[in-house]
Design a protein around this ligand. Structure first.
Ligand code: UDP
Length: 368
């Protein structure tokens, strides 16, 4: 056999696994369906701006080992994500914090904010059963109506009362004037974008681009003892038990001849009517680059949520009870195969980048 391990997918999970296994002396082949490596963290240089082709990616983690690991490949520029929510032209700071509460109600102290929220959340009795109840019980009805409901329903294509509560718990709620979107200890963006990171991880490893592993699975299976698969687990098994649900996305990039279009890297459009959820202005991901800031060019990307159907890129797993049960069946099936499934699609899990790296490090250990 020519290789020890074939890895399907050159996204972050696949690249970490490839690097680790190659460093352990394994002969590794990476096979990628797209024409370029990097999965959804891939960037493209346009006018000197690193454009995040698949939406904003801000690396944040509290796992020291993962932070050090990423920093061992590239320099990570400091960046603190402080998005602005735009509700029909009214602007609010995110995540939900004293600035938001002041903008929403004019309150000035944590005590006043807590009283306001307490009054509004009293309609929820007992443990929150879904995203709507969870949101109201965290921040009250006004914030739910203006900053959560519309955004969430267009993002997920379903009502907040039919979504799992954990999704909204991703966002911090703070009684301080702190606009940092993440609670993690470390946060930043690789200098020059994510491609440098992926390229370094894959350096020296054989990579076949534009090749669909599933279409040639026999050939690849005969090439190596082990397979690591980072695509959708249900697709791998030919939808044997049925389809898992995913959420899709569509991105529209626009170049403009202006130095500064929206004054912030990420603006969320939280009303139901605006068809996109976010508009990102990429140059603001590099606040330390003064030359770029002054340059009379900018690139923005609008992110449109989309229904997912077979053949589309899958961006988010829909981790409700029904889909989790179905996933469990695939996971059981996977245990009986000689394939290791990993990453957001392989494990049907809403992983952030750091968790994906952590998991890839963990799974690679089993194969070393
Ligand atoms: N969310 C919201 N309003 C916002 C931002 C987020 O209601 O302005 C909700 C929405 O349900 C979203 C979830 O919080 O799906 C998680 O947001 P996050 O920014 O973590 O999503 P991601 O960046 O992974 O798309």
């Amino acid at each position: 056999m020519k290789y020890d391990i074939v890895i399907a997918g050159a996204g972050l999970f696949g690249a970490v696994a490839a690097h680790e296994l190659a460093a352990a002396g394994k002969r590794v082949l990476v096979v990628e369906r797209r024409k370029a490596a990097g999965g959804n963290i891939r960037c493209e240089d346009r006018d000197g701006i690193a454009v995040h082709l698949y939406g904003a990616h801000i690396f944040h983690t509290s796992i020291r080992e993962v932070w050090d690991y990423v920093n061992s490949f590239v320099e990570v520029n400091p960046f603190i994500n402080s998005p602005i929510a735009n509700y029909k032209g009214e602007l609010y700071n995110l995540p939900f914090n004293m600035n938001t509460f002041h903008q929403m109600w004019g309150v000035r102290t944590p005590k006043e904010a807590a009283e306001k929220i307490e009054e509004q959340r009293s309609i929820i009795k007992g443990e929150p059963k879904n995203l709507e109840e969870q949101a109201i019980s965290l921040v009250g009805t006004d914030i739910y109506e203006k900053l959560i409901k519309g955004y969430t329903e267009k993002q997920w294509g379903r009502s907040c009362s039919s979504l799992p509560a954990f999704i909204i718990r991703r966002l911090p709620v703070r009684y301080t004037y702190n606009n940092n979107y993440f609670n993690d200890r470390y946060q930043g963006i690789p200098a020059g974008g994510y491609n440098a990171l992926i390229n370094k991880m894959l350096d020296g490893t054989d990579v076949e681009l534009g090749v669909d592993f599933l279409k040639e699975r026999e050939r690849f299976a005969s090439m190596a003892k082990h397979v690591v698969y980072t695509g959708a687990i249900d697709e791998y098994f030919d939808y044997e038990y049925g389809e898992l649900e995913y959420r899709g996305l569509r991105f529209e990039h626009e170049r403009m001849e202006t130095a500064n279009y929206q004054g912030v890297a990420v603006m969320n459009f939280t009303d139901r009517e605006t068809p996109y959820t976010r508009c990102i202005e990429h140059k603001h991901f590099e606040p330390q680059n003064a030359e770029l800031a002054e340059k009379n060019v900018t690139v923005v990307t609008r992110e449109y949520p989309a229904d997912w159907k077979r053949g589309d890129d899958a961006y988010y797993p829909v981790n409700d009870d029904k889909n989790q049960k179905l996933y469990q069946r695939y996971a059981e099936r996977a245990k009986k195969s000689n394939v290791i499934f990993g990453g957001r699609l392989g494990e049907y899990k809403y992983y952030d980048m750091d968790k994906s790296v952590e998991r890839a490090l963990e799974l690679s250990k089993c194969l070393k």
